[in-house]
Design a protein around this ligand. Structure first.
Ligand SMILES: [Fe+2]
Ligand SMILES: [Fe+2]
Length: 221
């Protein structure tokens, strides 16, 4: 059985349609961007975490695939989108020729990625959680959004950049964010992101690492 790669998934018309429809639904209910930009960032960061911790190329590829597919469940409903996404992903992965065990790993990662509704069950699941929570960026705010009125938009809009980092030979995993304080205060950031940061910390611990959060150069956790 041939090994399915991220490129196989990206070029699949069914996956493309699910991603476009899911992102459209979220736009309709006023959520931030969850389309190809977000998925690309999450896939790349999930892969980087797995490789940075010294795990195999194949595990990194699976993490990237989970990253690309993790939000497709929004095509059904925002609530429980992680669970819906997992159930939707399995038949697609099997149709493309992935073996059962690898497909199981990916759907477990998808099904456990959302804060408050899941927890890390594998390395790729933990990597996906951190990669997803780390994507805070002004480009996620919809052009039609009312940035002033919505705290999620304001916090995303204020984020000039965000990225993950891995140091101390994989013993520390962190998220570094630059915020323009005139748009959102660091306090607002916490109001929104406390639970997400907690999820990231739990995921880092699963991976055997400490978690660091750096905002505007200041280490906060
Ligand atoms: Fe999600
Ligand atoms: Fe996401």
């Amino acid at each position: 059985m041939s090994e399915i790669t991220l490129n196989t998934i990206i070029s699949d018309p069914e996956v493309q349609s699910l991603i476009a429809s899911a992102d459209h639904n979220l736009e309709e209910i006023g959520y931030t961007e969850h389309g190809p930009r977000h998925l690309g960032v999450v896939a790349e960061r999930a892969r980087r975490i797995i490789l940075g911790l010294g795990h195999s190329e194949r595990e990194a590829e699976l993490a990237a695939i989970a990253g690309h597919m993790h939000d497709i469940g929004n095509v059904v409903n925002r609530r429980q989108h992680a669970l819906f996404g997992a159930v939707l992903a399995r038949p697609i992965l099997l149709r493309l020729g992935m073996d059962f065990d690898e497909a199981n790993k990916i759907i477990a990662a998808i099904g456990n990625h959302h804060e408050g509704e899941g927890e890390p069950v594998s390395n790729i699941s933990a990597a996906l959680i951190i990669a997803d929570k780390s994507d805070v960026h002004s480009s996620r705010v919809r052009a039609s959004g009312d940035v002033v009125g919505d705290i999620h938009d304001r916090v995303n809009f204020a984020a000039v950049s965000s990225d993950i980092f891995i140091k101390n030979e994989g013993k520390t995993i962190g998220i570094e964010i630059l915020i323009a304080p005139k748009v959102a205060s660091v306090m607002e950031y916490f109001e929104i992101f406390l639970q997400r940061m907690h999820s990231s910390k739990v995921a880092a611990e699963y991976l055997g690492a400490d978690f660091e959060l750096i905002i505007n150069g200041v280490k906060l956790a």
